[in-house]
Write a protein that binds this ligand. Structure first.
Ligand SMILES: Nc1ncnc2c1ncn2[C@@H]1O[C@H](COP(=O)(O)OP(=O)(O)O)[C@@H](O)[C@H]1O
Ligand SMILES: N[C@@H](CCOP(=O)(O)O)C(=O)O
Length: 314
């Protein structure tokens, strides 16, 4: 049996929900913005890495998080007395590393879902999600599900403080367009987490809670104006924007072009911005391609919410 799984890009935090909100996105032109992992039976365990960003990854398979996913998955199988097989893994690394697009989450989710499908789903979705969180914590130094949950399940996901639930689907605005502008430079998630303050003021805590609660309420009422007015980041953006050349100027520019909201995607450097119409999104995308990209590896995609998440592809 051979199975290939695609796992989509995600916007961690969505500005208003640091570490507790994440949205999966996919380009409207059909581009596969995410990673693909293929699993098939083999005489020995192997990992082959191909794709546009393969050269940005460690050469040794033992340094690749997809290999660590195999080890973690096999341990989970043994704990359930399921016979472990030797497999050939192939990672098509379509996602830039340190991008703020949930690149590591794409590899983790695609690998664990592909392995689970290969074995005819011995692990529950809840068990898989916990393994994904464990992998993300190993990579970024602290546990956060806001990339792996939307990447795995699709849509807009709110992390809840219940280990048996972990995440909840939140109603999203499926008619909006999300422009993802990756400037082509790297911001390491772990480093971007380490620069954040260890403490916040009472004023910041109240603002964070009120913004997030109001966003969730407006999402359930499908009150688009209120929801996107709440897309404000009091936790990370004030401290991370200095890592993103031209971010402030780009945010002001897309606002004049009609964006409903804009912010740092995940830990950056990707900037996301939201629009009512495809025409506005495409106009802003053109501006961002001309003014926000820092290298020839940068790109801009006009996206919609990805409501499916990780999926088998042929
Ligand atoms: N398959 C992989 N995909 C992404 N990163 C990987 C992978 N394997 C190992 N890594 C390493 O994990 C770290 C991921 O960095 P991170 O900043 O979390 O990326 P992103 O923000 O894009 O998720 C990098 O040091 C990268 O070299
Ligand atoms: N909540 C995390 C999100 C990291 O997203 P990534 O796409 O940069 O890995 C954080 O802000 O640290």
């Amino acid at each position: 049996m051979k199975v290939s799984v695609f796992a989509p890009a995600s916007i961690g935090n969505v500005s208003v929900g640091f570490d507790v909100l994440g949205l999966a996105v996919t380009p409207v032109d059909g581009t596969l913005l995410g990673d693909v992992v293929t699993v098939e039976e083999s005489q020995i365990d192997t990992l082959d890495v191909v794709g546009e960003f393969a050269d940005k990854l460690p050469k040794e398979k033992e340094q690749n998080i997809v290999w660590h996913c195999l080890l973690l998955f096999n341990a989970a199988l043994k704990a359930q007395a399921v016979e472990v097989k030797t497999v050939a893994l192939s990672l098509d690394k379509k996602m830039p590393v340190g991008s703020g697009l949930g690149s590591s989450a794409c590899s983790v989710v695609a690998a664990l879902v592909a392995l689970n499908e290969f074995y005819q789903k011995p692990l529950s979705s809840e068990h898989l999600l916990k393994l994904m969180g464990e992998m993300e914590a190993n990579i970024s130094g602290s546990l956060h599900y806001d990339n792996v949950a939307p990447c795995f399940l699709g849509g807009l996901q709110l992390m809840v403080p219940d280990e048996q639930v972990i995440t909840r689907d939140i109603p999203l605005f499926s008619d909006c367009y999300y422009v993802m502008a990756y400037p082509g430079i790297t911001v390491n998630t772990k480093a971007a987490r380490e620069i954040l303050p260890s403490q916040y003021s009472r004023e910041q805590l109240i603002a964070f809670g009120q913004n997030l609660a109001t966003f969730i309420d407006a999402s359930y009422r499908q009150d688009k104006a209120m929801a996107f007015a709440m897309i404000k980041d009091v936790v990370a953006e004030p401290y991370r924007k200095s890592l993103l050349p031209g971010f402030e100027q780009a945010k002001q520019a897309v606002s004049k072009l009609g964006s409903l909201a804009a912010g740092i995607s995940g830990s950056g450097p990707t900037m996301f911005s939201v629009y009512e119409t495809l025409e506005q999104a495409e106009t802003a995308a053109t501006w961002l391609k001309q003014n926000y990209l820092q290298s020839d590896q940068g790109f801009v995609h006009v996206c919609k919410a990805d409501e499916v998440g990780a999926r088998i592809i042929d």
